[in-house]
Structures are given as C-alpha cells and as structure tokens.
Design a protein around this ligand. Structure first.
Ligand SMILES: [Zn+2]
Ligand SMILES: [Zn+2]
Length: 392
C-alpha cells in the first residue's frame, strides 16, 4: 500500500496544484470563505464524497468511509486568507484586492483535497473512517472551536486528529515534528490609565499617567523575571504606548497594548493576576484609575506523545528518515488546531518549502511570500499516509 499511496500522490499533483492556484487567485477573509467552500464542495462532488457544509458559517466536514468499520481519523485544513495586498509577480496573483493567501492556507486546502483523492481511491482497503475538516477563520477569530461546538468530533466519534502547516522558512522536502508543546497560548491586553492632565510646569497639580504607565511596564517585566519559574517559558511584551501630544502638557490618559505568550493557560492567568495587582497598587499610590481589558485567544497546541511516535514511522516513509526533523523548541506563534488537540490525541506538524536555489520571500504573512507548489505532493501524501497507517 505504501507504494500505491505514494504513486497516487504523484499522479494527483497536477490537479492539486491547479486547485491551489485557483484558491490563491480568490483568497477570502475569515468566515467569508464562500468561493473557497464552493470550490471544496465542487471537488468533493467530483470524488463522490459526502459532506456537510455551512458548519460554523463556511466550514465543511466530509466523510470517507472505509470498507470495514473501524476508528475515525480527522484531517484538518484551514481555509482563510489575510488582509494583505499581494506584491508578487505570480501568474495566479490574488484577484481580490487587499486580500492574500499569505499563510499557505490555499496549500492546506489543496493538500487535504489531494489526501481525499488518495484515500477515496483506496477506501476499499481502509478499516474505519476519515473525516476531512475544512475550517474557516484560523487567522482569527478562530473557526475550530465553533466547529467543535457544532459537534464535528462526534458521529462518528473522532479518535485522532492530524493537521499540518506548510512552512516556507524551513527547508523543502523536510517534515518537522515535535511532541508536547508546539505552539503558544496568546493573550492580548489593552490598558487605560486615567490620570489628571495639566501644565507641564506644575506636575503637583496633576496625576501624571505617563509616570504611572512607565512604572507599570517596568514592573510587568519583573513578573517574568522574578515571579515565574525560569523553567516555564513565557513572554510579556508591551508593544504600544500612546499618550499626550504637546511637549508642555501632562496628558489625562495613557494606553498600553501588548501580548502575553505561554504554553500553559494557568501560567497566563497567574501573570494576568500579577499585572492587575501592579496596576491596582499604582492606582492606590498615585490616585489614578485604570481599565484592564484582556483577550485570551487560542489555547496552547500540545502534540500527543504516543501519536508522535507512530507519526514518526509513518512520515519517515514519506520523506525518508533523514528528512524527518525532530524540533527541539516550540514556536511562540499560535494555531487554533489546538482546540482539536485539547479534545483528542493529535499531531500537528510542519512541511518545509524553502528551496535553497530559489530567491523568494519565505516569511509567512509577507506580501511577497511565494513558494513552489510542487511540494504539495508531500502534504497530500503525508496526510493520506498518516490516516491510512493509523487505521490499519
Ligand atoms: Zn497565519
Ligand atoms: Zn497559517
């Protein structure tokens, strides 16, 4: 079967590339993936694969049933693009002004459809089911959670989930995997410090929000260095301070915006509580007021150790053991596949796209991002292989 799967991935590559280019030309933003959903439905219809659409808005779940009953594997691709004006010279450059597939999600959808083509063709040899999940809004506000809330992990109940991200910054032909924490839990915050403004020459008649804000920022850094174990990774960055205009006026207000990243939701709760204590203490000391708004985003993405062990064997058949890289460190970025990994044993991995010969932009979310879509053969192949191997 190994060879059959491999040959099918090769045979279908041209179709998969065509799909990717069509998706790239018509990128759509979160929860507006209407054309994208129509294309996915068109391809599933061609393959005679049954599906349910309009899940969490534009999401689609398709089901391939094997000949015999067995477990259920979920394979996931995200569908949304970004509000970026494309600056490449590509032949299939975005036709939607101000919107671009700059995070490879066009490749994710095409790669999963490629895996569907393979698995559908060998379904008589499969014992169990494959659920194909096409998910909206990964770039935010997140489509995984609302899809799970609509029950996509049941009927049939999902036993294991796989997903991958194409990664133009990693060498082409490599697959990167890691057990345990892989991507961070991000939290954004917005603080408003309300003082009393006045003339710069008479600070005694004011409550200066700039002094208070600066102290808050310095003290926040002490939370990471003094209160949190050095063995637990966490980042707290204040990325924006806004206050005042004139050089001789003490302003009324100061705003701070920033982000926290960790791999542990309880740790973030602890950091937020310390930040609140600092803000509260400063407001008592200086007589100011504050508002502290927090938005906690996707949970941390954790890969399951057992699934990783088996994925290693399966994926080394795809790219060769020498091209399977075990990552030492997690990434501080985030991914809402984490909602799947919270519910079922999962593995999320990266597929490198960087061709050392080609001088092209490899940064995700960059207006000139470009990558060679011949590597989609690896994504279709690896997703199909993982599903087939798990069910055998
Ligand atoms: Zn992205
Ligand atoms: Zn992405």
């Amino acid at each position: 079967m190994n060879n059959i799967i491999k040959e099918l991935a090769k045979k279908n590559l041209e179709k998969v590339v065509k799909i990717r280019r069509e998706l790239h030309e018509y990128p759509e933003l979160a929860f507006k993936e209407f054309k994208t959903a129509a294309l996915i439905k068109r391809e599933l219809d061609l393959l005679n694969i049954s599906y349910k659409s309009e899940i969490a808005g534009t999401g689609i779940v398709a089901l391939i049933e094997g000949k015999e009953k067995g477990k259920t594997v979920l394979l996931r691709a995200d569908m949304d693009a970004l509000p970026i004006e494309e600056e490449t010279e590509s032949l299939f450059k975005s036709k939607n002004k101000g919107v671009m597939h700059a995070c490879c999600h066009d490749g994710h959808v095409a790669g999963l459809l490629g895996a569907a083509m393979i698995l559908n063709e060998i379904k008589d040899k499969i014992k169990g089911n494959i659920k194909l999940v096409f998910q909206p809004a990964e770039e935010g506000p997140g489509g995984a959670k609302p899809m799970i809330d609509e029950g996509i992990l049941n009927n049939p109940k999902v036993d294991v989930a796989f997903g991958c991200h194409l990664w133009p910054g990693y060498s082409a032909g490599k697959i990167l995997i890691k057990d345990g924490p892989l991507m961070a839990h991000p939290t954004s915050f917005n603080i408003e410090i309300q003082g009393i403004g006045g003339h710069g020459s008479t600070p005694e008649k004011t409550i200066d929000p700039i002094i208070i804000g600066c102290q808050a920022i310095i003290n926040f850094q002490n939370i990471i260095s003094r209160n949190i174990s050095t063995l637990k990774p966490a980042v707290l960055s204040c990325c924006s301070i806004k206050s005042g205009e004139a050089g001789n006026v003490i302003p009324d207000k100061l705003n701070i915006k920033g982000t926290i990243r960790s791999f542990d939701e309880d740790l973030t709760t602890e950091i937020l509580s310390k930040m609140d204590s600092i803000l509260n203490g400063l407001s008592i000391a200086y007589g100011s007021k504050y508002k502290f708004d927090v938005e906690r985003m996707y949970p941390a993405l954790n890969n399951c150790k057992d699934i990783l062990e088996y994925s290693k064997i399966s994926l080394s058949d795809v790219v060769g053991e020498e091209n399977l890289v075990i990552m030492d460190e997690p990434l501080m970025g985030s991914e809402d596949f984490s909602y799947f990994s919270k519910e079922v044993p999962s593995n999320f991995f990266f597929i490198g796209l960087k061709d050392e010969q080609e001088e092209i932009e490899t940064l995700l979310h960059h207006p000139r991002l470009n990558w060679n879509d011949k590597y989609l053969e690896i994504s279709s192949h690896s997703l199909a292989k993982l599903a087939y191997d798990y069910l055998k």
